[in-house]
Structure formats: structure tokens, C-alpha cells
Design a protein around this ligand. Structure first.
Ligand SMILES: NC(=O)c1ccc[n+]([C@@H]2O[C@H](COP(=O)([O-])OP(=O)(O)OC[C@H]3O[C@@H](n4cnc5c(N)ncnc54)[C@H](O)[C@@H]3O)[C@@H](O)[C@H]2O)c1
Length: 282
């Protein structure tokens, strides 16, 4: 039976990150910027890719202060041609590429009753289709130098338990399925595959409850405090570097939502229990 643990995949490792080259999408902000900085700090040459030109320029400026070997390319990754052009730009700049980080994502898609084709297309386009294209385009480029490689795709805890925006969940479940399956397929080719499943990252907006008037105190739900955003992103980005070096199948960022996943597993197990011993002979 195939499995996702290190032993079954033969233990593909990128132990020494220094000198390698990475391509990171959604690198101008948040988690992607964190990952790009962690890799750059580890001596990796990083091509930062993002749709937002100004944010990308600001991110590059910030990272250049650290003497990182970095470059930027603007692309809307939900357009295959733009992603392919970004790959070309990476090769033109660095000659080869070893690490692909499919991180860009959008929280699109409304609840049932408010669905639209545009919202589904946007969410699936950026969060899932672009990840498929990223692997399709960068896979052969990573294989070419024969120096091994790694692919990390940012899904979410929402890719393991579905109770939010279903379009977002569908896209992120897709990224988890893609990563689990490809981990087995790409190991013999020397490419490790990890899926990053962050929990909530508390930004200033999520924390608007800090200004909650006294008269509403205790009556409005507030997300649990998970520490300052910068510290969380630092924790996450360091785990991503560790996950690449040690070929972790799943990279988690906290245990906050672990009980939801346990209860999903329990419900699945219960489904099996309901038919146990009652299956007709095949
Ligand atoms: N913040 C969270 O709570 C959380 C939790 C779980 C998973 N995630 C996932 O983490 C990833 C990063 O999100 P974040 O929280 O850092 O958000 P963010 O908005 O700070 O960063 C996302 C980046 O992706 C870029 N982007 C969006 N559409 C793009 C496109 N079509 N082409 C190229 N770049 C594009 C944005 O410009 C932005 O710089 C996403 O995949 C998100 O779904 C976030």
C-alpha cells in the first residue's frame, strides 16, 4: 500500500539549501514574503513572483537590504502564459531552478446562494489551476539539472476540513490531493513534495475586535489570539525551510484546528464502521 511517509518515498532531501534557486508565487506579501525571506536567508537565490507590481517592488527593496540574491517578476499566475513567462525569466536570471513554492492564493467564493461562475473561476484559477500549471511548467525545469528539488504548495487547514467558504475549501482540498499524489510520483525523480497547511493568521483586520466597545463585550465572537502576525509568519517561514530540508509531507503552523480534523477523521471512520461486516462478496 502506498503511503506518504518519508520511508516509503525513499526520503528525498534538499539538505543543503545554500546555492539553490527558488521560485515563490504570492511573494510580495504575508506568508509568501516570509518564505522568500527565509529561503534567501538560507542562501537560496529567490525569484519573487506576484500580481501586485508595487507590493513586489517594496518586497524586493526590503529584501535587498539583507544582501539577498533575489529578483522579481510580475505575473498573474491564473494565466498560464504569464506563469510560463515568469519561469522563462527565472531561467534567464539564474540558469536553473530547484525549489517551487506555489503560495499565491485568494479567499474568494461566497456562501451557497451567492455563488457565481466568476467567483468559482477566480478561486479555482489562482488557488488550484495555477498550482497544477506551476508543477507542469517548473517540474521539468527542476528535473533538468539533476540536482534534486522540492515543491511546496500552500493549501490551508481549510484543505483538510471544510466548514468555511466551499469554493476556497474545494481549491485547497485540491492542493492537498495534488501534493499527496505527486509526492509518490515525484520521489523517484528526486523531487520532494510538501503541502503547507496554515491555520488562521491573525492580521489587523481579523483583530478589529480589539476596538470592540465595552457595551458589546462578551457578546461578539472573537478569533483566538495567536500572537502577533510577524512572529507567526516568522514561525511559519522557518517551518517551511525545515520542511523542505527534511522532506515533510505536511507542514502545519499550529494545533489550533487539529480537533476539527480529528472529528472529520472520526466521521469517516464511522462511515466505514456502518458497513463493516455487511459487504456482499465481490
Ligand atoms: N492568512 C491565513 O490565515 C491563511 C491560512 C491558510 C492558508 N493561507 C494561504 O496562504 C497563502 C498566502 O496567503 P497570505 O495569507 O499570505 O495572503 P496575502 O494576501 O498576504 O498574500 C497573497 C499574495 O498572493 C498574491 N496574488 C493573489 N492573486 C495572485 C495572482 N493571480 N497571481 C500572482 N499573485 C497573486 C497577492 O498579491 C499577495 O501578495 C494563500 O494561498 C492562502 O490561501 C492563508
Amino acid at each position: 500500500m502506498l503511503c506518504w511517509t518519508e520511508r516509503e518515498t525513499g526520503g528525498t532531501h534538499m539538505k543543503d539549501l545554500a546555492g539553490k534557486t527558488a521560485f515563490v508565487t504570492g511573494a510580495a506579501s504575508g506568508i509568501g514574503f516570509g518564505i522568500a525571506s527565509a529561503l534567501a536567508q538560507a542562501g537560496v537565490k529567490v525569484m519573487l513572483c506576484d500580481i501586485e507590481e508595487a507590493a513586489l517592488a517594496a518586497a524586493l527593496e526590503k529584501l535587498r537590504l539583507t544582501n539577498a540574491d533575489i529578483e522579481g517578476v510580475r505575473a498573474d499566475i491564473s494565466l498560464k502564459g504569464e506563469l510560463a513567462a515568469a519561469a522563462e525569466a527565472t531561467l534567464a536570471r539564474y540558469g536553473k531552478v530547484h525549489i517551487l513554492v506555489n503560495n499565491a492564493g485568494v479567499g474568494g467564493g461566497g456562501p451557497y446562494g451567492m455563488w457565481s461562475d466568476a467567483a468559482w473561476d477566480w478561486t479555482l484559477g489562482v488557488n488550484l489551476r495555477a498550482v497544477v500549471w506551476g508543477i507542469e511548467i517548473f517540474g521539468p525545469l527542476i528535473e533538468r539539472p539533476g540536482e534534486g528539488g522540492h515543491i511546496v504548495s500552500t493549501a490551508s487547514i481549510a484543505g483538510l476540513v471544510s466548514n468555511g467558504s466551499v469554493a476556497y475549501n474545494v481549491s485547497k482540498y485540491g492542493v492537498v490531493a495534488l501534493s499527496e499524489g505527486l509526492r509518490l510520483e515525484l520521489a523517484p525523480r528526486g523531487i520532494g513534495v510538501s503541502v503547507l497547511c496554515p491555520g488562521f493568521i491573525r492580521t489587523q483586520i481579523v483583530d478589529s475586535g480589539r476596538n470592540l466597545p465595552e457595551r458589546f463585550a462578551g457578546k461578539v465572537g472573537r478569533p483566538p489570539a495567536t500572537g502577533p502576525v510577524a512572529e507567526r509568519i516568522k514561525f511559519i517561514r522557518d517551518r517551511v525551510a525545515e520542511g523542505i530540508e527534511n522532506d515533510w509531507p505536511y507542514i502545519f503552523t499550529d494545533n489550533e484546528l487539529e480537533p476539527f480534523i480529528e472529528s472529520r477523521f472520526a466521521a469517516i471512520k464511522e462511515g466505514f464502521n456502518q458497513i463493516r461486516g455487511r459487504i456482499p462478496r465481490r
